[in-house]
Design a protein around this ligand. Sequence first.
Ligand SMILES: Nc1ncnc2c1ncn2[C@@H]1O[C@H](COP(=O)(O)OP(=O)(O)OP(=O)(O)O)[C@@H](O)[C@H]1O
Length: 544
Amino acid sequence: MTAVLTPAVAARGIHKSYGSTRALRGVDVTLAPGRCLGLVGRNGAGKSTLVSILSGLQRPDEGEVTFDGEAAPPAGAVHAWRAKLATVHQHSMIVPELTVAENVFLGRLPRRRRRVDWRAVRTEAAAVLGEWGSGVDPARACRDLSVEQRQIVELARAVASGTKVLLLDEPTAALEREAVLRLFTRVRQLVDAGVAVLYISHHLEEVFDICDDVAVLRDGELVLTAPTAGLSTDGLVNAMVHGHVGGPTETELADQASRTAVEDLPVHVESADAAAGRPVLELRGLTAASEYGDLDGVSLTVAPGESVGVVGLISSGVVTLGRIAAGIESGDEGELLVGGAGLPGGDRAAALEAGVGYVPEDRRTAGYVGALSVAENMTMSITDRLSAGRLGVLGRRRMHEAAQPWADSLALVASSLAQQVADLSGGNQQKVTVARALARDPRLVVAITPTRGVDVVSKELLLQALRRAVDAGAGLLLATDELDDLGYCDRVLVLVRGRIVAEVPGGGRFDRTAMIAAIEGVASTIGSIGAGRGATSEEPGETP
Ligand SMILES: Nc1ncnc2c1ncn2[C@@H]1O[C@H](COP(=O)(O)OP(=O)(O)OP(=O)(O)O)[C@@H](O)[C@H]1O
């Protein structure tokens, strides 16, 4: 006879609406001790809403949550919920001003005679971190930690609290390959020790790697819960899109979805660069010291109608390169030319005026204005063109007419074009950010990790939208850590520690393993990534 375990967490009949949006419609989910459940779904399907209800941040309109068969704490009883489960969010929730040890014990510092026992804080934090082999110094300020180290601190906090339930909300979004593998090992250790884990990710291969079971949300309804062992990626994508496992392959689904995007997007590029035979972007000997990664003498060009990918580790300077090209920050040495004309460094207004559209690496701080509507954000860069009459009044109707094709083509999930962007799901906010960058018919688009947090089908839509601008004659500089995105580029530059170490043809014609090794700075593999045309760095092919 098999023993029936009480679920560590059970959510039953959960309903949650925001105005007319029914984010969750009668969802039943259980998390079992010693099992990892993957939660997947398209952007706006309701995943974050479910996580916020399971972690006590929001109260459901209907339904109940139980822990070990007992009723959940009352809504708002933050400490009581934290004692039940730990959540690691996509965006770190640690306090940068505090040390690692203080963050590990945040909200429950060990005390002796009513005073905080600092010695215990340090030794216990060191014990937890040491056990995990992380090498993170408990005395260090969290401000100075890498993204991976911050997530380790969050996981250590969960472990130190002796949690029996762990919710991981897209934990790998900002991590790199080795870091992801290390994270998986740690999560597996927790599962083997009996912790119940809910793992949310848009990277379906991760779900197959780490989850025992998977649950699929579609339009707020749970359409599938099954062991991952009997499922294929195509089956999972079909469940996300249609609500059932059978149907076309993932590639066919993406093709179907992207056809409309290509046809209907209002992208026109009025640039004289092609006629003049000059590059849209030229960087000459760019050297920069930046918190986003240093650059060391980088030169590159992007031609009209060309898409150039730049790929590298977070610290490689890829993001810095994108920020300088977009006029967000300036280098210490070197030149930035757009359409043959020099631009002052770090002057976003001048870059915008020169026709540079920008998708930033952090949409929340620079991609959109949360308090404004979808339509206002999408048309923000073209208000001068849309304004009518002597007073230059911008009518709501004109704004909505201009925004509608973007919302349709990118399959935006919003209650209306008047909805505030702050209230959209993360992936849909990203779609608004991309639309905003393309709306002014830019001659150059600089996109940094544009598909982060976006579901597998919508990813195709965003990349097709960028491709559409390229086909219309714009140049694209695509800085990314997603190898799949590079398939859309005509050529790809690999950056290691601020230098271009290799150039390979795009279109997916590269050896993934060799590419990953090159990204990580293993020099011997560089020649075998693809039929490369030679590096363009100051010292070709050299790896530090
Ligand atoms: N505070 C809010 N006000 C209004 N609508 C909201 C709010 N929060 C979420 N929604 C809506 O609820 C729906 C579900 O959103 P949710 O963030 O749960 O989706 P998700 O599956 O996590 O998406 P993503 O993969 O893009 O992160 C969306 O239509 C979203 O616009």
